[in-house]
Structure formats: structure tokens, C-alpha cells
Write a protein of this length. Structure first.
Length: 197
């Protein structure tokens, strides 16, 4: 299992090399921080998170859009530490079933770092990840599934940079969205919902 997760992290890091413009500067910063992360993997527990219901569709999309990631993710996908950490919202009662993330590098991740986070975010079809913000600088790379970020379409291959405390929202299309994400800066303070507009 550990060799497989290390290989997936390596392939995700390779994807960061494709970033351009402002995203490229953040990707380079993240790579330097990842070079200092622990190379020793700690054990993790599969969570059986409800969003794993979307993995079949996600892997099918990855076979088309990112076959290198599909090959590394497929044997691990069901057993990753998927989670969701937001307070409930009456207007999004099923979001916790349709959105979550698995973190591979970070303070409480299989590969420890106090400086950087790296993982995957999965959002089910048509799910709306409402406006939120966090002190961390965040970089996303869409692996499969077209989605809207703050109303702008972002296809597979796109990079999206969120500066510290920048409000942002995502809405998946007809297929599940899977994106690589990184956090740098204040990686300990959590995301919070922004006030309803």
C-alpha cells in the first residue's frame, strides 16, 4: 500500500510541473516545501466515506483525461482517508455525501509536513461547494470533470490559484470532479463558509 501511495503522490507532483503564470510560481513554491516533507509514510485508515459512490465515474473520466493518475489511483481509491470537515448547512443538506478530500501530505496526513498539504478533492455530479475561504494559499489542478469556479468553466488540465482568504465556490457538472489541491502558508486554520449572499 505504501509504495502505491508514494507513487500516486509522485505522479501528482509531476502534474504541478504543468502550471503556468501565477500558478507556476505557487507550484514551484509547493514543490520546494514538498521536498522537505517526510518520506516515511504513517498508517492511515480508510474512511468508507459516502462520496466513494462517485469513484467509478471518476476513474472512468481519469482514464480519458489523466490515465497516469488513473493507473496509480485505481488500486487505492476505495481505501483512501476521504473526509469532510464543514459544519452542516440547511441549504446544502447532502454536500457531506457528495464532496470531500483525501490528504496525502500535511500535518495529519500519511506523509507528514507542517508546511504544505497535497491531496485530492472529489465533488459529485452537480454538487455545489458553496463559497468558502481559508488563510492558506490554495492551488487546484483539475484532473477530470468540467466544473465552474466562481461561475467560470474550468476544464480538465486547468490550474486555479486562490490567494489567502480569497472567497471561492465550485459546482461540478454532469460528471464527478476530481482535482489535485495544495495548501501553503497557514495550513492549520480550517476553511469556513462565507456569509450567504
Amino acid at each position: 500500500m505504501s509504495v502505491g501511495l508514494a507513487d500516486l503522490v509522485r505522479r501528482l507532483r509531476d502534474r504541478l510541473e504543468r502550471a503556468e503564470g501565477p500558478a507556476a510560481a505557487e507550484a514551484a513554491h509547493v514543490q520546494a516545501l514538498l521536498d522537505r516533507a517526510s518520506v516515511e509514510q504513517t498508517d492511515y485508515v480508510a474512511t468508507a466515506h459516502p462520496l466513494t459512490q462517485h469513484l467509478a465515474g471518476t476513474l472512468a473520466g481519469l482514464d480519458r483525461d489523466a490515465p497516469d493518475i488513473a493507473a496509480a489511483l485505481r488500486p487505492l481509491a476505495e481505501g483512501l482517508p476521504w473526509r469532510y470537515g464543514y459544519a452542516p448547512r440547511d441549504d446544502l443538506p447532502d454536500l457531506h455525501r457528495n464532496m470531500g478530500w483525501a490528504e496525502f501530505v500535511g500535518p495529519a496526513a500519511p506523509f507528514h509536513s507542517d508546511e504544505v498539504c497535497l491531496g485530492l478533492t472529489l465533488i459529485g455530479p452537480h454538487a455545489h461547494y458553496a463559497s468558502h475561504s481559508h488563510p492558506a494559499v490554495e492551488l487546484y489542478h483539475v484532473l477530470t470533470g468540467a466544473a465552474e469556479w466562481n461561475g467560470a468553466a474550468r476544464p480538465p488540465g486547468a490550474f486555479i490559484l486562490h490567494e489567502a482568504n480569497q472567497p471561492h465556490a465550485m459546482r461540478a457538472g454532469a460528471a464527478p470532479l476530481l482535482a489535485l489541491y495544495t495548501w501553503s502558508g497557514d495550513i492549520v486554520s480550517p476553511s469556513v463558509w462565507n456569509p450567504l449572499q
